[in-house]
Design a protein around this ligand. Structure first.
Ligand SMILES: [Zn+2]
Length: 387
């Protein structure tokens, strides 16, 4: 028997005569009311008018003054009750009336949610709702359809290589230090012992913002900034972008990435430099990698060297990558020039240091077997998603 037909009869007609039967009759009504409310909330509404309609229909069915179910209970159950059960029926009816407060309009409107798929995107006044009219009715939500997948990006290959190099040095106790890309001529050249006459200071090599300001041509100015800031001992690596007036081709880019390393402490020797960089080469290029050092010249180190590694492509036998020589040059390095230490505020008689600088982009070219540095900066997703 439906709730409506039950409440249309008197309790006597329903054979309800004692307290337990009264309690369970009212419990049945309350359960039916709560179940209808729960169904309305679970269904939700596709828009405001639909929500208003659903709430009003439910409220009227239960609470309407003349035709509502609670009114029928008042008329048929309570008023018609035999005198001996009337107090018990009145008590249960009061409890039901209190429970029925959740069927008031305000309560229902607050409880029934708008379905997400029917909500236009925030701020998109002119955007058509996603909900599609379907035979004049709203399309029901199909929970078996696949969800909207947002594709995940990945780290740029140059960033991957930078992180890999950072990890190796972080494991050795180095810290990461950074500095400005727009740099003063003092930090970029003077403090690094690069004389006024040095060709790298030429307009043709360096991008000047004004006569005293450049886009840094290397990460080395951060060496001076860090020495000023922290003093010694100092063990840092300095990753970052650098700029030179180079025409873009397969091996040059006006913007490129460097990692600089600097160790300053008492009794630092060239043996420390060789030991650390040899360990780094084996970690990055593989355990069988051999290293060799040969002399060269940089204004900011003395002595200066370059480090070659045994060819990572052929193992040293000779191939296209190493131009048949079996060795590949990978970085410049050397003992920090005493003038540079002085510019950093340190005393070259009590501390010494070594430094290196490498091109991250070139390491990435080697690691991934890419033959054109421009590919890294063109941001073609078809290229980048291969890494
Ligand atoms: Zn080779």
């Amino acid at each position: 028997m439906s709730i409506e037909s039950k409440v249309a009869k008197t309790l006597a007609e329903l054979g309800i005569e004692n307290g337990d039967a009264i309690v369970s009759a009212f419990a049945e009504v309350n359960n039916a009311m709560q179940a209808e409310r729960a169904r309305a909330i679970a269904s939700g509404a596709i828009d405001e008018p639909a929500r208003l309609m659903a709430a009003k229909r439910l409220r009227d069915r239960w609470l309407a003054r003349k035709s509502g179910i609670l009114n029928a209970i008042d008329e048929n159950w309570l008023k018609q009750a035999a005198r001996d059960i009337k107090p018990a029926v009145g008590r249960e009816f009061n409890r039901l009336r209190q429970a029925a407060a959740v069927m008031e309009m305000d309560e229902l409107l607050a409880a029934i949610p708008l379905r997400a798929s029917a909500t236009p995107p925030a701020g998109g006044k002119n955007v058509a709702p996603v909900q599609v009219a379907w035979g004049g009715r709203a399309r029901p939500t199909d929970l078996t359809l696949p969800g909207n997948r947002r594709e995940l990006g990945s780290l740029h290959p140059v960033t991957q290589v930078q992180r890999e190099i950072e990890e190796i040095f972080l494991g050795l106790g180095f810290r990461i230090e950074t500095g400005p890309e727009i740099e003063s001529v003092y930090y970029n050249f003077d403090a690094l012992n690069i004389p006024e006459s040095h060709p790298s200071r030429d307009d043709w090599d360096t991008l000047y913002i004004d006569p005293q300001t450049v886009l840094r041509t290397h990460t080395s100015p951060v060496q001076i900034r860090a020495m000023e800031k922290y003093g010694a001992p100092l063990y840092i690596i300095i990753p970052g972008k650098c700029y030179r007036r180079d025409n873009p081709d397969s091996t040059h880019s006006p913007m490129f990435h460097q990692i600089e390393g600097l160790a300053v402490d008492a009794h630092i020797s060239f043996a420390d430099l060789k030991g650390t960089l040899d360990y780094f080469a084996k970690r990055f290029f593989g355990e069988k990698t051999r290293t060799r050092f040969s002399p060269t010249y940089f204004p900011f180190t003395e002595p200066s060297g370059q480090m070659d590694v045994s060819c990572f492509a052929c193992g040293g036998k000779g191939c296209g990558v190493c131009k048949q020589g079996g060795w590949v040059e990978v970085m410049g390095c050397g003992m920090v020039h005493p003038e540079v230490l002085r510019h950093g505020g340190l005393d070259p008689d009590s501390v010494s240091g070594w430094a290196f600088g490498l091109g991250v982009d070139r390491f990435a070219l080697a690691k991934f077997g890419v033959n054109d540095i421009q590919l890294f900066f063109q941001n073609d997703v078809r290229f980048l998603e291969q890494f």
